[in-house]
Design a binder for this molecule. Structure first.
Ligand code: PRP
Ligand code: URA
Length: 208
């Protein structure tokens, strides 16, 4: 599907297998979420605009480049939180704006409980972070919030996506590219990704 990028990186595949393993403990799980997020950041930022920047080296003048637009990370609480450090490893100056959503267990619809965005956008590009793209409801709602805020360039970065969630997010927001570590088989009858990794929030935070 156009605008959907499943990582071809062998290290992502390797780390993702350990992440999926049900015997992986929260401490290791968090470490892997961070490392996979850093690897995916490389792929999700390949087309960021840059502008010329001249710098003086100890030996002379170099014509360098710097990124043009301010990058904003938007982790969807809770599970998206663990991805922030991995992106910060590569983009330490990125702003972070939190959006709190949980999925209603029965309807699977996203319910918003936290949003402190200021009136005017402070960033030029937003990277929405959430490890799991299941039905796609949470991701699509978050992108909608960011568009209402006034951000015109938005990307989604997740670790595992289900075909149903990719379809939903792409149809609601065809302009938003989707970067994933892997695309899985399907959703089960309670909206979990199969084979997936279980509940990404619970596995990071040791809850559930
Ligand atoms: C999980 C996950 C996504 C959402 C994905 O969050 O982190 O935010 O479900 O599902 P969707 O694509 O069907 O919307 P959850 O609601 O479990 O909250 P949590 O991160 O606080 O555990
Ligand atoms: N949220 C998760 O954490 N895991 C899933 O498989 C689906 C939604």
């Amino acid at each position: 599907m156009k605008n959907v990028h499943a990582s071809p990186h062998p290290l992502v595949a390797h780390k993702l297998s350990i992440l999926r393993d049900k015997s992986t403990e929260p401490r290791k799980f968090r470490e892997l979420v961070r490392e996979i997020s850093a690897l995916l950041t490389y792929e999700a930022t390949l087309d960021l605009e840059t502008e010329p920047r001249q710098v003086e080296t100890p030996m002379g003048v170099a014509q360098g480049r710097s990124t043009k637009k301010e990058l904003g990370l938007v982790p969807i609480l809770r599970a998206g939180l663990g991805m922030v450090d991995g992106v910060w490893d590569l983009v330490p100056d990125a702003q972070v704006w939190h959006i709190g959503l949980y999925r209603d267990e029965k309807t699977l619809q996203p319910v918003q409980y936290y949003n402190k965005l200021p009136t005017l956008p402070t960033v030029g590009v937003c990277l929405v972070l959430d490890p799991m793209l299941a039905t796609g409801g949470s991701a699509a709602a978050t992108v909608g919030i960011l568009k209402d805020w006034g951000v015109t360039q938005i990307k989604y970065m997740g670790i595992i996506g289900a075909p149903e969630g990719i379809e939903h997010l792409s149809s609601q927001h065809p302009d938003v590219p989707i970067y994933l570590g892997a695309v899985d088989e399907k959703l089960n009858d309670i909206g979990y990704i199969v084979p997936g990794l279980g509940d990404a929030g619970d596995r990071q935070f040791g809850t559930g």
